[in-house]
Design a protein around this ligand. Sequence first.
Ligand code: AMP
Length: 296
Amino acid sequence: MRLILLGPPGSGKGTQAQRLVQRHGIVQLSTGDMLRAAVAAQTPIGLKAKDIMAAGGLVPDEVVVGIIADRIEQPDAANGFILDGFPRTVPQAEALDALLKQKQMKLDAVIELRVNEGVLLERVERRAAETRARGEAVRADDTPEVLTKRLASYRDQTEPLIHYYSDHRMLATVDGMMPIEEVTEEIGRILAAVGKSGGSRAAKKASQAKRSPKASGKATPAKSAKKAAKKAPKAAAPVKKAGKTAKRAARTATKAAKAAPKKASKASKKAPKAAAKATGGTRKTSAKAPKKRAKR
Ligand code: AMP
């Protein structure tokens, strides 16, 4: 099983990854952990990454891609892996695609943990306090100031991956505001569906079965767009923020209308704007598309 966990700092990726490691006997590949180890060992990569990490920025794509390329070839990753904190940019995702293709490996799912931004500071502060209580060193970037920058990096550079994987029909979104146990169960349901069907449709169904609008901000159901997206799941586009991406969504929605059966086409014509906003590509939010991405 090969997975990606997507989500902002403090969304619970690390916690869920550890649970998946235990349950599925696969390895957690956290670029953050690997980079911190490199910083501690003062390797050339560590020296390069140290200041960037401390400031809440992103380490250059080629550095992290190189790390991952080496790591997924290790024997302990043969059974599968969870990528935690990678990819973080669209170029990293493209590099990963190329890498997996070259190694004839396939991703099974990309799971987004969606959370309200408001809770993240609290969660990260709690993580720092727990680390301190264990007598361990607190991460240099787990401070309110740096967290603000890390969140900005996430919004600007990592959130586009939600659309990237949605377009690739790989994305399942889980409400990361639920209790840890429930998040684990929901991820389990998604993976069971992927395992059974070997594909994304079943996971979409599993994920759609348990929707929670809480974490996804204001949901704006557009009935006709919903129908269009349902009838033309392949072509419907996910929600886009603005500018280029929004235009692309609109183009894809138009294609959806053309490609879909007549009824769907009619529905999307009735509400072209809404059709462009429908998250047809995502497994969870295909129907209840927020007007724009939830404020985190
Ligand atoms: P994390 O532990 O995932 O929060 O990562 C901690 C820090 O490591 C990030 O704030 C970045 O500076 C760096 N980092 C981790 N993964 C990546 C990545 N895939 N691309 C760029 N920088 C990364």
